[in-house]
Write a new protein. Structure first.
Length: 235
């Protein structure tokens, strides 16, 4: 499947009443799952707070994943990061993140079918639910293999990254980061704005730089690793 066909499928899946199960049940080869599990494990930590929230959290995360992909499927940075697996991103990464969130929350491997009823969606999608056992066993092995993967967000990885609005418009690049001296937790980022960006609604610290609190920025985009402003538009 080409990246264009993958984008068309992701767009159509977002509109379907079977969302997000169509993403989570989409047949995916083993190699893309192995590639994306390493991105999913560190990003899954703390994403799920209560088991009763599973379906809501799955839907929210899958939508973010699809939106990140559809913003620019042909993104050069994404192709550099993921290579031939870029086209598999909205399905393989969504599945890996779902498993990894459950693994992080329960501290043990958990099948998706153990927390949500997949029988109905699988039947409507024409998928033999018994075939998911093979995927369960593969992902369980991958989670144990890569569970000690290094965290995805660090000072080194944030510096120089692009910051964009939700519509893909470039805001600027990360020039510095602010940490709490006691807890070493990330408090915010200093962004050097692109020329022409409307700074009237941004927390400016001088005529070229804005200080964005960490809760104003989404750091978990694994497609091209751009930082995305949670609120605000380019116009």
């Amino acid at each position: 499947m080409s990246i264009k066909l993958s984008a068309d499928k992701a767009f159509n899946y977002l509109q379907s009443r079977l969302f997000p199960w169509n993403f989570l049940l989409e047949p995916v080869d083993e190699r893309p799952l192995e590639h994306y599990i390493k991105f999913a494990i560190p990003r899954a930590v703390g994403a799920l707070k209560k088991e009763s929230d599973v379906e809501v959290v799955f839907a929210s995360k899958v939508k973010e994943i699809a939106d990140d992909f559809l913003r620019n499927p042909e993104d050069k940075r994404a192709r550099k990061i993921h290579g031939k697996f870029a086209k598999d991103y909205p399905f393989a990464y969504a599945q890996c993140l779902a498993y990894a969130m459950l693994y992080s929350f329960k501290e043990e491997f958990t099948r998706l079918g153990d927390v949500v009823d997949l029988g109905g969606p699988a039947k409507l999608l024409g998928i033999n639910i018994d075939l998911l056992d093979k995927r369960d066993r593969l992902v369980e092995s991958l989670l144990h293999q890569y569970k000690d993967a290094p965290p995805g967000t660090s000072a080194k990885t944030l510096l120089g990254q692009s910051v964009i609005y939700n519509d893909g418009t470039l805001v600027g690049t990360v020039r510095d980061i602010i940490f709490d001296n006691t807890t070493l937790s990330l408090l915010g980022i200093i962004v050097k704005l692109e020329k022409g960006v409307d700074a009237s609604k941004l927390p400016m610290i001088d005529d070229k730089h804005a200080l964005m609190p960490v809760d104003a920025v989404r750091l978990t985009n694994a497609y091209n690793e751009y930082l995305i402003l949670r609120h605000g538009k380019s116009n």
